[in-house]
Every structure is written in structure tokens, then in C-alpha cells.
Design a protein around this ligand. Structure first.
Ligand code: DHB
Ligand code: FE
Length: 289
């Protein structure tokens, strides 16, 4: 059977992708941020998954006000990096895993979560920046990401957004779905976006490092309690775009301890302010065998 062996949590910011793509990662502004991911890139090599289930949000790139799926699973064979206004990022095409994605769609929908099935979409910085942070830039001689990726897009852009509670319960359904897949494969689940940031209005530039660090503490030790935090608290404390953090609860809900297993091991924890307008948080949690 397939197993979720680890979960990864990381912020995304378009400027991080631009810094990497333009060769600026060693500049003084960026160096401390990328240093926080040195461990993670080695960890990815030492703990290479067969598939990454990548929870992220689209930023009016593949979707728009025309169509707003709350939860959308990518069942395609591949996804192109999106053009967000400066041309597509020079990163590899994201290869999907249609058989596992279709199985998860079947299982999770039958567990009463309504997913939108997406067979064609481009993926924006919400998905490609976490891949770049965790995997680095693949060499031209072997220009591909280390494994297939199942994109799972959550609407955190246009209200109404899903609650943390629903995200946490969805993560539990995703774990059951993965564990009912016959093939013996190793799956990582990633929760991305956040931490505190606000890009609009009078509070633009808001960062709340204290709240973010408490969120990290509770995500590790009290995810069930954390999942009960209402959306208004995210917006008040972590800014209008801080609501992206509910996506981390999907990944956390898929960990073994939530279903009565052992608490996860914290393999890595990192926090850095600022990257552009955003507080960057990062965690790697491993399920104990
Ligand atoms: C920034 C952060 C985001 O999450 C995003 O989607 C766009 C921009 C920023 O900090 O600049
Ligand atoms: Fe964002």
C-alpha cells in the first residue's frame, strides 16, 4: 500500500522565484532565506519521495472570478509553469501522477469532500516556488523535478474560503485515500503559502512573527486545537493573505498521529522575516515508523 512518510510546510513568494531565476540568491537580502533551505534540499535527496501531493493556492492564474473551485485536484499527466506577467519561470514542466490522483479523487469524493477535477491547468508561483526552495534548480543535463507531483489547489483568494477545520478533516481523508492505493509507494504531502502577510489596503506590509511562531508550535503539537481557529483570527492576526495558512492544516491532517499513530519527528524548522512582504516559515515533519 502507499504511505505518507512526511509532510513539508513552506511559504511561497513570487520574488523568491525571481531571485533564483535571476541568480540573486547569494545577495545579502536573499542569502539568509535560502540558507534556511540548505538542510531541506539535502533532506529531499536523502528522503526522495515517489510522489509529492502538493497543496497550494492558485493566484487568479489558472482560475479567476469566472470559476472558483474550493478544492481542485490535478489529474493530468503534466502541468506547465504559468506566465504570471514576466513569462513562464525557467523551471521544468511538472509531471503529474494521473493514476494516484484519480484514485485520491475517487476516494476523497466518496468520503464526502467535493473536489473539482482538473485535467488541464498551468501552475503558478504557489506551486513552483515551493518546488524550487525544496529541490533547487535541476541541472540542464537532467532538467526535471525529482518526482511526479499531484497539484491540489485550495481557494484562499476569493471569499468564502474553507475553514481550517475542514482543511484538517480533508487531510485525514487524503491519508485514508493514499493508504488505500495498492502500489507500494512513498508519498510526501506539502502544505504551502503563508505565513503572515498582507498585500493590500491600509495594513499592507503587516507581519506578526509572534503569532506565526505560535502557529508553528501548535501545528507541531496541537493541530486539532489549531484547526478550530476561525478564519477571522487569521485575517486579523496574520493579515489578509495570512489565510493561506489554512492549507498547512491539510498536510498536517494527513499525518499518522492524527489517526492515532506516533507524533511526528520535527526534522527541520525555520523562520525568516522578510521575503518581499511575507514572513517565511518552514517545517519538515517525518512520520515515525
Ligand atoms: C507575495 C506573497 C504572496 O503569497 C503572493 O502570492 C504574492 C506576493 C509577497 O510577499 O510579495
Ligand atoms: Fe500567495
Amino acid at each position: 500500500m502507499a504511505r505518507i512518510t512526511a509532510s513539508v510546510y513552506t511559504s511561497h513568494v513570487p520574488a523568491i522565484g525571481a531571485a533564483l531565476d535571476l541568480g540573486k540568491s547569494h545577495e545579502p537580502y536573499w542569502q539568509p532565506l535560502f540558507a534556511g533551505y540548505d538542510f531541506s534540499k539535502q533532506w529531499m535527496k536523502d528522503n526522495k519521495p515517489d510522489v509529492i501531493f502538493l497543496v497550494y493556492n492558485d493566484h487568479a492564474t489558472a482560475f479567476s472570478l469566472d470559476m472558483i473551485p474550493t478544492f481542485a485536484i490535478g489529474t493530468a499527466d503534466s502541468y506547465q509553469p504559468a506566465d504570471e506577467g514576466w513569462g513562464p519561470r525557467p523551471v521544468p514542466t511538472v509531471m503529474g501522477h494521473a493514476p494516484l490522483a484519480s484514485h485520491i479523487a475517487q476516494s476523497v469524493i466518496q468520503q464526502d469532500f467535493d473536489l473539482t477535477i482538473v485535467n488541464k491547468m498551468d501552475v503558478d508561483h504557489g506551486l513552483t516556488v515551493p518546488l524550487s526552495l525544496m529541490c533547487g534548480q535541476p541541472p540542464q543535463s537532467d532538467f526535471r523535478w525529482p518526482c511526479p507531483v499531484i497539484p491540489f489547489a485550495v481557494n484562499v483568494v476569493q471569499y468564502p474560503v474553507p475553514s481550517g477545520r475542514r482543511c484538517f478533516m480533508l487531510g485525514q481523508a487524503i491519508r485514508r485515500a493514499v493508504e488505500s492505493y495498492d502500489e507500494d509507494i512513498n508519498v510526501h504531502i506539502w502544505g504551502t503559502g503563508g505565513m503572515s502577510h498582507q498585500l493590500q489596503g491600509p495594513r499592507a506590509g503587516l507581519i506578526n512573527a509572534e503569532w506565526d511562531n505560535k502557529f508553528l508550535d501548535r501545528l507541531i503539537a496541537d493541530p486539532d486545537g489549531l484547526s478550530k481557529v476561525p478564519h477571522i483570527d487569521y485575517v486579523r492576526e496574520a493579515g489578509s493573505e495570512g489565510i493561506e495558512l489554512v492549507m498547512w492544516l491539510i498536510a498536517r491532517g494527513a499525518m499518522a498521529d492524527v489517526a492515532g499513530g506516533k507524533p511526528p519527528k520535527v526534522a527541520h524548522r525555520f523562520f525568516h522575516v522578510p521575503a518581499s512582504n511575507t514572513a517565511v516559515g518552514h517545517l519538515i515533519l517525518e512520520n515515525q515508523q
